[in-house]
Design a protein. Structure first.
Length: 565
Protein backbone atom coordinates (compact mmCIF):
# COMPACT_ATOMS: atom_id res chain seq x y z
CA UNK A 1 0.00 0.00 0.00
CA UNK A 2 1.20 3.57 -0.71
CA UNK A 3 2.15 5.63 2.27
CA UNK A 4 -0.38 8.28 3.23
CA UNK A 5 0.54 11.83 2.36
CA UNK A 6 1.13 14.26 5.19
CA UNK A 7 -2.12 16.04 6.02
CA UNK A 8 -3.25 18.25 8.86
CA UNK A 9 -5.81 16.81 11.26
CA UNK A 10 -7.32 20.22 12.02
CA UNK A 11 -8.06 20.88 8.35
CA UNK A 12 -9.78 17.48 8.03
CA UNK A 13 -11.99 18.05 11.08
CA UNK A 14 -13.02 21.49 9.85
CA UNK A 15 -13.65 20.23 6.32
CA UNK A 16 -15.91 17.43 7.59
CA UNK A 17 -17.83 19.73 9.93
CA UNK A 18 -16.59 18.33 13.24
CA UNK A 19 -14.91 21.62 14.20
CA UNK A 20 -15.54 25.24 13.41
CA UNK A 21 -12.63 27.50 12.50
CA UNK A 22 -12.94 29.18 15.89
CA UNK A 23 -12.89 25.83 17.72
CA UNK A 24 -9.86 24.76 15.72
CA UNK A 25 -8.01 27.92 16.67
CA UNK A 26 -8.88 27.40 20.33
CA UNK A 27 -7.65 23.78 20.21
CA UNK A 28 -4.44 24.79 18.41
CA UNK A 29 -3.74 27.36 21.12
CA UNK A 30 -4.28 24.68 23.79
CA UNK A 31 -2.05 22.31 21.83
CA UNK A 32 0.79 24.85 21.80
CA UNK A 33 0.38 25.73 25.48
CA UNK A 34 0.15 22.21 26.89
CA UNK A 35 1.99 20.09 24.34
CA UNK A 36 -0.95 17.67 24.12
CA UNK A 37 -1.79 16.25 20.71
CA UNK A 38 -4.44 18.18 18.82
CA UNK A 39 -6.79 15.19 18.71
CA UNK A 40 -6.52 14.78 22.49
CA UNK A 41 -7.32 18.46 23.03
CA UNK A 42 -10.43 18.10 20.85
CA UNK A 43 -11.60 15.03 22.82
CA UNK A 44 -10.79 16.52 26.26
CA UNK A 45 -12.90 19.60 25.46
CA UNK A 46 -15.86 17.47 24.38
CA UNK A 47 -15.91 18.83 20.83
CA UNK A 48 -15.64 15.42 19.17
CA UNK A 49 -15.02 11.81 20.24
CA UNK A 50 -12.06 9.59 19.43
CA UNK A 51 -14.37 7.59 17.17
CA UNK A 52 -15.50 10.68 15.24
CA UNK A 53 -11.90 11.73 14.68
CA UNK A 54 -10.92 8.23 13.53
CA UNK A 55 -13.81 8.01 11.08
CA UNK A 56 -12.97 11.45 9.67
CA UNK A 57 -9.35 10.43 9.11
CA UNK A 58 -10.40 7.16 7.47
CA UNK A 59 -12.76 8.96 5.09
CA UNK A 60 -10.12 11.52 4.12
CA UNK A 61 -7.38 8.90 3.54
CA UNK A 62 -9.70 6.36 1.87
CA UNK A 63 -8.69 3.61 4.29
CA UNK A 64 -10.95 1.54 6.60
CA UNK A 65 -11.94 2.53 10.12
CA UNK A 66 -11.87 -0.42 12.54
CA UNK A 67 -13.95 -0.40 15.72
CA UNK A 68 -11.77 -2.44 18.09
CA UNK A 69 -14.69 -3.06 20.45
CA UNK A 70 -16.22 -5.43 17.91
CA UNK A 71 -13.01 -6.69 16.28
CA UNK A 72 -11.67 -10.13 17.19
CA UNK A 73 -7.92 -9.72 17.48
CA UNK A 74 -5.46 -12.61 17.28
CA UNK A 75 -2.99 -11.93 20.13
CA UNK A 76 -0.32 -14.09 18.49
CA UNK A 77 -0.42 -11.87 15.40
CA UNK A 78 -0.68 -8.62 17.36
CA UNK A 79 2.32 -9.52 19.53
CA UNK A 80 4.56 -9.59 16.44
CA UNK A 81 4.90 -5.89 17.16
CA UNK A 82 6.71 -5.46 20.52
CA UNK A 83 4.62 -3.85 23.26
CA UNK A 84 6.96 -0.88 23.70
CA UNK A 85 6.77 -0.06 19.98
CA UNK A 86 3.01 -0.62 19.85
CA UNK A 87 2.39 1.86 22.65
CA UNK A 88 4.94 4.38 21.39
CA UNK A 89 3.59 4.35 17.83
CA UNK A 90 -0.07 3.92 18.94
CA UNK A 91 -0.40 0.92 16.66
CA UNK A 92 -1.87 -2.59 16.72
CA UNK A 93 -1.41 -5.42 14.20
CA UNK A 94 -4.93 -6.44 13.21
CA UNK A 95 -4.32 -9.35 10.83
CA UNK A 96 -1.80 -10.98 8.53
CA UNK A 97 -2.57 -11.06 4.82
CA UNK A 98 -0.80 -12.84 1.99
CA UNK A 99 1.51 -9.98 1.14
CA UNK A 100 1.08 -7.52 4.01
CA UNK A 101 -0.02 -6.89 7.59
CA UNK A 102 -3.13 -4.84 8.32
CA UNK A 103 -2.12 -2.40 11.04
CA UNK A 104 -4.46 -0.08 12.96
CA UNK A 105 -3.03 3.35 13.80
CA UNK A 106 -4.43 6.16 15.91
CA UNK A 107 -2.51 8.59 13.64
CA UNK A 108 -2.11 7.12 10.15
CA UNK A 109 -0.67 10.41 8.83
CA UNK A 110 2.68 9.86 10.59
CA UNK A 111 5.01 8.78 7.79
CA UNK A 112 7.84 7.81 10.14
CA UNK A 113 5.58 5.37 12.06
CA UNK A 114 4.43 3.75 8.81
CA UNK A 115 8.04 3.09 7.74
CA UNK A 116 9.17 1.98 11.19
CA UNK A 117 6.37 -0.59 11.57
CA UNK A 118 7.04 -2.00 8.09
CA UNK A 119 10.71 -2.37 9.06
CA UNK A 120 9.88 -4.11 12.35
CA UNK A 121 7.38 -6.52 10.76
CA UNK A 122 9.60 -7.13 7.71
CA UNK A 123 6.57 -6.98 5.47
CA UNK A 124 4.43 -4.42 3.67
CA UNK A 125 1.83 -2.65 5.78
CA UNK A 126 -1.79 -1.85 4.95
CA UNK A 127 -3.26 0.83 7.18
CA UNK A 128 -6.54 1.21 9.05
CA UNK A 129 -7.66 3.86 11.52
CA UNK A 130 -8.52 3.00 15.13
CA UNK A 131 -9.65 5.23 17.99
CA UNK A 132 -7.02 6.00 20.60
CA UNK A 133 -9.21 4.92 23.51
CA UNK A 134 -10.06 1.60 21.88
CA UNK A 135 -6.43 1.10 20.91
CA UNK A 136 -5.03 1.31 24.44
CA UNK A 137 -7.79 -0.93 25.80
CA UNK A 138 -6.86 -3.49 23.14
CA UNK A 139 -3.14 -3.19 23.93
CA UNK A 140 -3.85 -3.81 27.61
CA UNK A 141 -5.61 -7.07 26.70
CA UNK A 142 -3.06 -8.20 24.11
CA UNK A 143 0.07 -7.63 26.13
CA UNK A 144 -1.15 -9.19 29.34
CA UNK A 145 1.56 -10.62 31.58
CA UNK A 146 0.42 -14.25 31.45
CA UNK A 147 3.48 -15.60 29.65
CA UNK A 148 5.75 -13.26 31.60
CA UNK A 149 4.30 -14.56 34.87
CA UNK A 150 4.85 -18.16 33.80
CA UNK A 151 8.41 -17.42 32.62
CA UNK A 152 9.30 -15.62 35.88
CA UNK A 153 7.83 -18.46 37.95
CA UNK A 154 9.81 -21.02 35.91
CA UNK A 155 13.01 -19.00 36.28
CA UNK A 156 12.48 -18.66 40.02
CA UNK A 157 11.98 -22.42 40.32
CA UNK A 158 15.23 -23.06 38.43
CA UNK A 159 17.14 -20.60 40.62
CA UNK A 160 15.90 -22.22 43.79
CA UNK A 161 16.86 -25.71 42.66
CA UNK A 162 15.80 -28.60 44.85
CA UNK A 163 17.28 -27.40 48.15
CA UNK A 164 15.33 -26.00 51.10
CA UNK A 165 14.61 -22.26 51.37
CA UNK A 166 16.69 -20.52 54.03
CA UNK A 167 15.92 -17.21 55.68
CA UNK A 168 19.43 -16.10 54.78
CA UNK A 169 18.25 -15.90 51.18
CA UNK A 170 16.02 -12.91 51.98
CA UNK A 171 18.65 -10.34 51.03
CA UNK A 172 19.29 -12.07 47.70
CA UNK A 173 15.58 -11.98 46.96
CA UNK A 174 15.40 -8.26 47.62
CA UNK A 175 17.40 -7.12 44.61
CA UNK A 176 15.37 -5.59 41.80
CA UNK A 177 16.16 -8.19 39.17
CA UNK A 178 15.46 -11.21 41.37
CA UNK A 179 12.95 -13.58 39.70
CA UNK A 180 10.58 -13.42 42.66
CA UNK A 181 10.41 -9.62 42.41
CA UNK A 182 9.82 -9.76 38.66
CA UNK A 183 7.13 -12.40 39.18
CA UNK A 184 5.29 -10.28 41.74
CA UNK A 185 5.65 -7.15 39.60
CA UNK A 186 4.14 -8.99 36.63
CA UNK A 187 1.33 -10.33 38.82
CA UNK A 188 0.39 -6.88 40.10
CA UNK A 189 0.62 -5.27 36.64
CA UNK A 190 -1.56 -7.96 35.07
CA UNK A 191 -4.12 -7.85 37.90
CA UNK A 192 -4.47 -4.06 37.72
CA UNK A 193 -4.63 -4.19 33.92
CA UNK A 194 -7.60 -6.59 33.87
CA UNK A 195 -9.34 -5.00 36.86
CA UNK A 196 -8.90 -7.94 39.26
CA UNK A 197 -10.00 -7.34 42.84
CA UNK A 198 -7.93 -10.14 44.39
CA UNK A 199 -4.83 -12.25 43.69
CA UNK A 200 -4.86 -15.79 45.13
CA UNK A 201 -1.61 -17.79 45.54
CA UNK A 202 -2.53 -21.34 46.57
CA UNK A 203 0.04 -24.10 47.21
CA UNK A 204 -1.08 -27.55 46.07
CA UNK A 205 0.58 -30.97 46.36
CA UNK A 206 2.74 -30.65 43.22
CA UNK A 207 2.27 -27.05 42.12
CA UNK A 208 1.36 -23.56 43.25
CA UNK A 209 -1.78 -22.19 41.63
CA UNK A 210 -2.27 -18.47 40.92
CA UNK A 211 -5.77 -17.15 40.28
CA UNK A 212 -7.42 -13.73 39.96
CA UNK A 213 -10.91 -12.74 41.06
CA UNK A 214 -12.54 -10.57 38.39
CA UNK A 215 -16.11 -9.30 38.63
CA UNK A 216 -16.60 -11.61 41.60
CA UNK A 217 -15.57 -14.79 39.74
CA UNK A 218 -12.27 -16.70 40.06
CA UNK A 219 -10.12 -17.03 36.91
CA UNK A 220 -7.12 -19.34 36.60
CA UNK A 221 -3.91 -17.53 35.64
CA UNK A 222 -0.98 -19.93 35.84
CA UNK A 223 0.52 -22.89 37.66
CA UNK A 224 4.17 -23.17 38.72
CA UNK A 225 6.54 -25.43 40.62
CA UNK A 226 5.42 -25.75 44.24
CA UNK A 227 8.89 -24.93 45.55
CA UNK A 228 8.48 -21.23 44.64
CA UNK A 229 5.59 -20.80 47.10
CA UNK A 230 7.82 -20.24 50.20
CA UNK A 231 9.82 -17.57 48.34
CA UNK A 232 6.65 -15.72 47.33
CA UNK A 233 5.31 -15.91 50.87
CA UNK A 234 8.63 -14.73 52.28
CA UNK A 235 8.88 -11.74 49.99
CA UNK A 236 5.27 -10.67 50.55
CA UNK A 237 5.60 -10.94 54.33
CA UNK A 238 8.63 -8.68 54.21
CA UNK A 239 6.70 -6.14 52.13
CA UNK A 240 3.78 -6.25 54.61
CA UNK A 241 6.09 -6.16 57.66
CA UNK A 242 4.84 -9.51 58.97
CA UNK A 243 6.66 -12.18 61.01
CA UNK A 244 8.59 -14.23 58.43
CA UNK A 245 9.33 -16.97 60.97
CA UNK A 246 5.64 -17.58 61.76
CA UNK A 247 4.10 -20.14 59.40
CA UNK A 248 1.66 -21.88 61.74
CA UNK A 249 -0.76 -18.98 62.32
CA UNK A 250 -2.72 -16.72 59.95
CA UNK A 251 -1.38 -13.19 59.54
CA UNK A 252 -2.79 -9.99 58.06
CA UNK A 253 -0.94 -6.95 56.76
CA UNK A 254 -0.88 -4.34 54.06
CA UNK A 255 1.53 -2.46 51.82
CA UNK A 256 1.41 -0.06 48.90
CA UNK A 257 2.73 -0.46 45.37
CA UNK A 258 2.76 1.79 42.32
CA UNK A 259 1.57 0.14 39.12
CA UNK A 260 1.85 2.21 35.93
CA UNK A 261 1.95 5.35 38.09
CA UNK A 262 -1.25 4.30 39.89
CA UNK A 263 -1.07 3.95 43.71
CA UNK A 264 -2.50 0.57 44.72
CA UNK A 265 -3.07 -0.44 48.35
CA UNK A 266 -2.63 -4.19 48.91
CA UNK A 267 -4.29 -6.00 51.82
CA UNK A 268 -2.47 -9.26 52.49
CA UNK A 269 -3.87 -12.32 54.25
CA UNK A 270 -1.91 -15.53 54.87
CA UNK A 271 -3.36 -18.82 56.08
CA UNK A 272 -1.52 -22.09 56.80
CA UNK A 273 -2.81 -24.98 54.66
CA UNK A 274 -1.76 -28.57 54.14
CA UNK A 275 0.86 -27.73 51.50
CA UNK A 276 2.03 -24.31 52.67
CA UNK A 277 0.71 -20.81 53.24
CA UNK A 278 -2.22 -19.71 51.11
CA UNK A 279 -2.02 -16.00 50.28
CA UNK A 280 -4.81 -13.68 49.21
CA UNK A 281 -4.15 -10.07 48.24
CA UNK A 282 -7.01 -7.58 47.94
CA UNK A 283 -6.14 -4.75 45.54
CA UNK A 284 -7.53 -1.30 46.30
CA UNK A 285 -6.79 1.16 43.52
CA UNK A 286 -6.52 4.51 45.30
CA UNK A 287 -6.49 6.39 41.98
CA UNK A 288 -10.11 5.43 41.26
CA UNK A 289 -11.44 7.27 44.29
CA UNK A 290 -14.89 6.84 45.80
CA UNK A 291 -18.02 6.11 43.82
CA UNK A 292 -20.97 8.43 44.32
CA UNK A 293 -24.37 7.10 45.39
CA UNK A 294 -25.84 7.99 42.00
CA UNK A 295 -23.23 5.87 40.16
CA UNK A 296 -23.50 2.51 41.93
CA UNK A 297 -26.88 1.42 40.58
CA UNK A 298 -29.41 2.39 43.28
CA UNK A 299 -32.84 2.87 41.59
CA UNK A 300 -33.72 6.59 41.28
CA UNK A 301 -36.86 6.48 43.45
CA UNK A 302 -35.01 4.56 46.18
CA UNK A 303 -32.03 6.93 45.98
CA UNK A 304 -34.26 9.99 46.33
CA UNK A 305 -35.83 8.62 49.51
CA UNK A 306 -32.46 7.50 50.88
CA UNK A 307 -31.02 10.99 50.46
CA UNK A 308 -33.97 12.43 52.40
CA UNK A 309 -33.19 10.01 55.25
CA UNK A 310 -29.47 10.84 55.17
CA UNK A 311 -30.34 14.51 55.63
CA UNK A 312 -31.79 13.77 59.08
CA UNK A 313 -29.67 14.85 62.08
CA UNK A 314 -29.60 11.46 63.78
CA UNK A 315 -30.46 7.79 63.41
CA UNK A 316 -28.92 4.48 62.36
CA UNK A 317 -28.47 3.46 58.71
CA UNK A 318 -27.58 -0.21 58.20
CA UNK A 319 -26.28 -1.77 54.99
CA UNK A 320 -26.48 -5.56 54.90
CA UNK A 321 -25.25 -8.31 52.64
CA UNK A 322 -22.56 -10.99 52.38
CA UNK A 323 -18.82 -10.30 52.16
CA UNK A 324 -17.91 -8.68 48.85
CA UNK A 325 -21.38 -7.32 48.10
CA UNK A 326 -20.28 -3.67 47.98
CA UNK A 327 -21.51 -2.54 51.42
CA UNK A 328 -18.45 -0.38 52.10
CA UNK A 329 -18.76 1.28 48.69
CA UNK A 330 -22.35 2.27 49.47
CA UNK A 331 -21.41 3.69 52.87
CA UNK A 332 -18.46 5.59 51.43
CA UNK A 333 -20.81 7.05 48.82
CA UNK A 334 -23.12 8.22 51.62
CA UNK A 335 -20.17 9.71 53.50
CA UNK A 336 -19.08 11.59 50.38
CA UNK A 337 -22.49 13.28 50.21
CA UNK A 338 -22.36 14.33 53.87
CA UNK A 339 -18.69 15.36 53.87
CA UNK A 340 -19.01 19.16 54.10
CA UNK A 341 -17.05 21.71 56.15
CA UNK A 342 -20.06 22.07 58.47
CA UNK A 343 -19.95 18.41 59.57
CA UNK A 344 -17.40 16.34 61.46
CA UNK A 345 -17.16 12.74 60.24
CA UNK A 346 -15.36 9.86 61.97
CA UNK A 347 -14.98 6.31 60.62
CA UNK A 348 -14.03 3.22 62.65
CA UNK A 349 -12.84 0.51 60.26
CA UNK A 350 -11.06 -2.83 60.16
CA UNK A 351 -9.17 -2.22 57.98
CA UNK A 352 -9.29 1.32 56.59
CA UNK A 353 -9.79 0.63 52.88
CA UNK A 354 -9.67 4.05 51.22
CA UNK A 355 -8.17 7.28 52.49
CA UNK A 356 -10.95 9.87 52.54
CA UNK A 357 -9.94 13.56 52.59
CA UNK A 358 -11.59 15.63 55.30
CA UNK A 359 -12.67 12.59 57.33
CA UNK A 360 -11.11 11.26 60.56
CA UNK A 361 -10.45 7.54 60.04
CA UNK A 362 -9.49 5.12 62.81
CA UNK A 363 -8.04 1.63 62.33
CA UNK A 364 -9.29 -1.00 64.78
CA UNK A 365 -6.52 -3.12 66.33
CA UNK A 366 -7.74 -6.02 68.48
CA UNK A 367 -4.14 -6.96 69.41
CA UNK A 368 -3.91 -3.89 71.62
CA UNK A 369 -7.58 -4.08 72.64
CA UNK A 370 -8.53 -1.20 70.34
CA UNK A 371 -11.95 -2.65 69.53
CA UNK A 372 -14.90 -1.17 67.67
CA UNK A 373 -16.74 -0.50 70.92
CA UNK A 374 -13.74 1.15 72.61
CA UNK A 375 -12.97 3.39 69.64
CA UNK A 376 -16.67 4.25 69.27
CA UNK A 377 -16.91 5.43 72.89
CA UNK A 378 -13.85 7.60 72.36
CA UNK A 379 -15.15 8.88 69.02
CA UNK A 380 -18.39 10.06 70.60
CA UNK A 381 -16.34 12.30 72.90
CA UNK A 382 -14.85 13.94 69.78
CA UNK A 383 -18.17 15.70 69.03
CA UNK A 384 -18.88 14.05 65.63
CA UNK A 385 -21.95 14.65 63.49
CA UNK A 386 -21.60 11.41 61.50
CA UNK A 387 -19.96 8.14 62.62
CA UNK A 388 -19.28 5.12 60.44
CA UNK A 389 -18.79 1.79 62.23
CA UNK A 390 -17.21 -0.70 59.81
CA UNK A 391 -19.25 -3.61 61.15
CA UNK A 392 -21.57 -4.37 64.07
CA UNK A 393 -19.96 -7.58 65.29
CA UNK A 394 -21.09 -7.91 68.89
CA UNK A 395 -23.57 -6.78 71.52
CA UNK A 396 -21.33 -4.05 72.93
CA UNK A 397 -20.71 -2.36 69.57
CA UNK A 398 -24.38 -2.60 68.60
CA UNK A 399 -25.50 -1.20 71.96
CA UNK A 400 -23.14 1.80 71.86
CA UNK A 401 -23.98 2.44 68.18
CA UNK A 402 -27.72 2.44 68.91
CA UNK A 403 -27.26 4.82 71.82
CA UNK A 404 -25.21 7.16 69.62
CA UNK A 405 -27.98 7.14 67.01
CA UNK A 406 -30.50 8.09 69.70
CA UNK A 407 -28.42 10.96 71.10
CA UNK A 408 -27.97 13.25 68.11
CA UNK A 409 -25.57 11.38 65.82
CA UNK A 410 -26.06 9.93 62.35
CA UNK A 411 -24.55 6.43 62.49
CA UNK A 412 -23.70 4.20 59.52
CA UNK A 413 -22.77 0.54 59.83
CA UNK A 414 -22.91 -2.87 58.15
CA UNK A 415 -24.35 -6.20 59.17
CA UNK A 416 -24.29 -9.69 57.69
CA UNK A 417 -27.90 -10.72 56.91
CA UNK A 418 -29.60 -12.21 53.86
CA UNK A 419 -32.13 -9.43 53.36
CA UNK A 420 -33.49 -6.27 54.93
CA UNK A 421 -36.44 -7.85 56.78
CA UNK A 422 -34.22 -10.32 58.67
CA UNK A 423 -32.00 -7.54 60.07
CA UNK A 424 -34.01 -7.00 63.30
CA UNK A 425 -33.74 -10.75 64.02
CA UNK A 426 -29.95 -10.48 63.77
CA UNK A 427 -29.93 -7.50 66.11
CA UNK A 428 -32.13 -9.41 68.56
CA UNK A 429 -29.52 -12.20 68.51
CA UNK A 430 -27.02 -9.51 69.56
CA UNK A 431 -29.34 -8.70 72.52
CA UNK A 432 -30.44 -5.29 71.23
CA UNK A 433 -33.85 -4.48 72.81
CA UNK A 434 -36.79 -4.05 70.44
CA UNK A 435 -37.67 -0.59 71.74
CA UNK A 436 -34.10 0.60 71.11
CA UNK A 437 -34.21 -0.70 67.52
CA UNK A 438 -37.59 0.94 66.93
CA UNK A 439 -36.24 4.30 68.15
CA UNK A 440 -32.78 4.31 66.57
CA UNK A 441 -33.06 2.44 63.27
CA UNK A 442 -33.98 4.65 60.29
CA UNK A 443 -33.41 2.45 57.25
CA UNK A 444 -31.96 -0.92 56.24
CA UNK A 445 -30.47 -1.42 52.78
CA UNK A 446 -29.71 -4.95 51.58
CA UNK A 447 -27.54 -5.36 48.53
CA UNK A 448 -25.76 -7.77 46.19
CA UNK A 449 -23.57 -7.40 43.10
CA UNK A 450 -24.34 -8.85 39.67
CA UNK A 451 -22.15 -8.98 36.61
CA UNK A 452 -23.06 -6.63 33.77
CA UNK A 453 -23.53 -7.97 30.25
CA UNK A 454 -20.68 -6.94 27.96
CA UNK A 455 -22.22 -4.39 25.60
CA UNK A 456 -19.79 -5.30 22.82
CA UNK A 457 -21.19 -8.84 22.45
CA UNK A 458 -24.71 -8.48 23.87
CA UNK A 459 -27.18 -10.67 21.96
CA UNK A 460 -30.83 -11.84 22.31
CA UNK A 461 -31.43 -14.74 24.71
CA UNK A 462 -34.33 -17.16 25.17
CA UNK A 463 -34.86 -18.03 28.87
CA UNK A 464 -35.28 -21.65 29.91
CA UNK A 465 -38.54 -22.93 31.39
CA UNK A 466 -37.12 -22.69 34.94
CA UNK A 467 -35.92 -19.13 34.33
CA UNK A 468 -39.38 -18.15 33.10
CA UNK A 469 -40.85 -19.47 36.37
CA UNK A 470 -38.60 -17.03 38.25
CA UNK A 471 -39.44 -14.14 35.91
CA UNK A 472 -43.18 -14.76 36.32
CA UNK A 473 -42.91 -14.13 40.08
CA UNK A 474 -42.55 -10.43 39.22
CA UNK A 475 -43.83 -10.13 35.64
CA UNK A 476 -46.71 -12.58 35.60
CA UNK A 477 -47.69 -14.13 32.28
CA UNK A 478 -46.11 -11.26 30.36
CA UNK A 479 -42.65 -12.69 31.18
CA UNK A 480 -42.50 -14.68 27.92
CA UNK A 481 -43.19 -11.56 25.86
CA UNK A 482 -40.11 -9.58 26.88
CA UNK A 483 -36.73 -9.51 25.16
CA UNK A 484 -33.74 -10.74 27.16
CA UNK A 485 -29.99 -10.46 26.61
CA UNK A 486 -26.76 -12.31 27.27
CA UNK A 487 -23.13 -11.81 26.29
CA UNK A 488 -21.76 -14.21 23.71
CA UNK A 489 -18.12 -13.53 24.62
CA UNK A 490 -15.61 -11.31 22.81
CA UNK A 491 -12.15 -9.81 23.16
CA UNK A 492 -13.55 -6.94 25.22
CA UNK A 493 -14.70 -9.24 28.03
CA UNK A 494 -12.09 -12.04 27.75
CA UNK A 495 -14.85 -14.24 26.25
CA UNK A 496 -16.86 -14.29 29.49
CA UNK A 497 -19.87 -12.34 28.21
CA UNK A 498 -19.66 -10.02 31.22
CA UNK A 499 -17.81 -6.78 31.90
CA UNK A 500 -18.06 -4.97 35.22
CA UNK A 501 -20.65 -5.26 37.98
CA UNK A 502 -23.59 -3.27 39.28
CA UNK A 503 -25.53 -3.29 42.52
CA UNK A 504 -28.91 -4.88 43.29
CA UNK A 505 -30.71 -3.20 46.19
CA UNK A 506 -33.69 -3.41 48.48
CA UNK A 507 -34.65 -0.89 51.14
CA UNK A 508 -36.72 -1.08 54.30
CA UNK A 509 -37.52 2.29 55.84
CA UNK A 510 -38.52 2.10 59.49
CA UNK A 511 -41.72 4.10 59.26
CA UNK A 512 -43.97 4.74 62.28
CA UNK A 513 -46.06 1.67 61.41
CA UNK A 514 -42.98 -0.56 61.03
CA UNK A 515 -41.44 0.85 64.24
CA UNK A 516 -44.64 0.10 66.15
CA UNK A 517 -44.72 -3.47 64.84
CA UNK A 518 -41.00 -3.85 65.57
CA UNK A 519 -41.51 -2.79 69.17
CA UNK A 520 -43.95 -5.66 69.71
CA UNK A 521 -42.93 -9.30 69.96
CA UNK A 522 -45.20 -10.18 67.02
CA UNK A 523 -43.06 -11.60 64.22
CA UNK A 524 -45.96 -11.92 61.74
CA UNK A 525 -47.19 -8.36 62.28
CA UNK A 526 -43.68 -6.96 61.75
CA UNK A 527 -43.21 -8.87 58.50
CA UNK A 528 -46.60 -7.71 57.23
CA UNK A 529 -45.79 -4.07 58.01
CA UNK A 530 -42.27 -4.34 56.56
CA UNK A 531 -43.45 -5.89 53.27
CA UNK A 532 -46.10 -3.20 52.92
CA UNK A 533 -43.51 -0.48 53.55
CA UNK A 534 -41.03 -1.92 51.02
CA UNK A 535 -43.76 -1.94 48.36
CA UNK A 536 -41.75 -3.92 45.80
CA UNK A 537 -38.36 -2.37 46.65
CA UNK A 538 -36.90 -5.86 46.96
CA UNK A 539 -33.78 -7.59 45.69
CA UNK A 540 -35.85 -9.73 43.35
CA UNK A 541 -37.81 -6.79 41.91
CA UNK A 542 -34.60 -4.83 41.22
CA UNK A 543 -32.85 -7.90 39.76
CA UNK A 544 -35.75 -8.48 37.34
CA UNK A 545 -35.67 -4.81 36.36
CA UNK A 546 -31.95 -5.05 35.52
CA UNK A 547 -32.67 -8.14 33.41
CA UNK A 548 -35.42 -6.31 31.50
CA UNK A 549 -33.08 -3.37 30.88
CA UNK A 550 -30.51 -5.71 29.34
CA UNK A 551 -27.92 -4.85 31.99
CA UNK A 552 -27.56 -8.38 33.35
CA UNK A 553 -28.62 -11.94 32.52
CA UNK A 554 -31.47 -13.97 33.95
CA UNK A 555 -28.92 -16.33 35.52
CA UNK A 556 -27.21 -13.48 37.36
CA UNK A 557 -30.56 -12.09 38.52
CA UNK A 558 -31.60 -15.45 39.92
CA UNK A 559 -28.28 -15.86 41.75
CA UNK A 560 -28.88 -12.84 43.99
CA UNK A 561 -32.62 -13.21 44.58
CA UNK A 562 -32.88 -15.48 47.61
CA UNK A 563 -36.63 -15.20 48.08
CA UNK A 564 -38.52 -18.42 47.50
CA UNK A 565 -40.64 -18.74 44.37
Amino acid sequence: MLRPGKIRLGDILVEQGLLTVEQLQFCLDEHRKTGRRLGQVVVDNGIATDEHIGQALAKQLHIPYVNLKNYRLNPNISRLLPELRARRHRAVVLEERDDAFLVGLADPTDLFVHDEIARLLKKDVDLAVVSEEGLFQALNRIYRKGSEISDAARELGQDLGNGPIEFGAVEALSIEDAPVVRLLQSLFEDAVQVGASDIHIEPQAKAVQIRFRMDGVMHFQTEADSKIAPSLSLRLKIMADLDIAEKRLPQDGRFGVSINNQPVDVRLSTMPTQYGESIVMRLLNQAKGMLRLDSIGIPPAMLKRLRQILARPNGLVLVTGPTGSGKTTTLYGALAELNTPERKLITIEDPVEYKLPGINQVQVNEKIELSFARVLRSALRQDPDVVLIGEMRDHETAQVGMQAAMTGHMVFSTLHTNDAISTPDRLLDMEVPRYVMASALQVVIAQRLVRRICQSCSAPYQPTAWELVWLRTELGESAAGHEYKQGTGCSQCSNTGYKGRTGVYEMLEISDEVAEALGKADHVEFHRAAEKQMDGWTLRRHAVQLVLEGKTTVQEGMSVSNQAF
